[in-house]
Design a protein. Structure first.
Length: 196
């Protein structure tokens, strides 16, 4: 009877080449770091829109609560965006060959995300000292919606780099993990082990 699950190979770091700020072969740092800022910046837009459009319909507590929550989420996303940006720039610098379509796509992704991060900083500044506001200020709400749009567009370019172009993907083609087998292939092992 064939096993149904494999646990150890994806979690194992031994046998994976360490690539500095880029992470490990098969376990890069940048892609998983992007999940938090992307989710945060999208939610900030949603929370601020809710705050803005409920300000006249509630006693103010719902609008204010969403504004405060959006601010906390915005700050959390901005903090995690710092290592995300650093690892992304390092990936771009070390992994993209100039004047290729992948390089141009990476440039577009980076330009959108750096622009978005600059707007995030402005948005954080516009919120400072406004904790007593009954709802999100109009400027902050507009900035949040722009940020949510930019993160959606920028993430699409980042996703294309990985899923369309195979950017920094370690395995492709006829890898043994795609052959029917009950033997796991671990990082750094002979790729013929486990095939059959």
């Amino acid at each position: 009877m064939a096993r149904l699950f494999t646990i150890r190979p994806p979690l194992r770091l031994r046998g994976r080449k360490f690539k500095g700020l880029r992470g490990f072969a098969g376990k890069p740092f940048h892609p998983p770091l992007t999940d938090i800022p992307v989710a945060c910046f999208f939610l900030v837009g949603v929370f601020d829109v809710i705050s803005y459009f409920t300000k006249d319909r509630s006693s103010g507590s719902v609008s204010r609560d969403f504004f405060i929550s959006a601010t906390h989420v915005l700050i959390a996303g901005a903090i995690v965006a710092v290592p995300t940006i650093i690892t992304g720039i390092w990936d771009w610098w070390k992994s993209t060959q100039a004047h290729t379509q992948a390089w141009r796509t990476a440039n577009t992704h980076m330009a959108i995300m750096l622009t978005m991060q600059a707007i995030v900083i402005v948005n954080v500044i516009t919120r400072l000292g406004k904790w007593d506001e009954p709802s999100v200020p109009t400027l902050s709400m507009i900035l949040s919606v722009v940020i949510a749009g930019l993160v959606a567009i920028g993430s699409t370019y980042g996703g294309s780099l990985v899923y369309d172009y195979g950017f920094n993907v370690e395995t492709s083609g006829d890898h043994p993990v795609w052959h029917e087998s009950e033997v796991d292939v671990f990082p750094g092992e002979d790729k013929t082990i486990g095939s059959g």
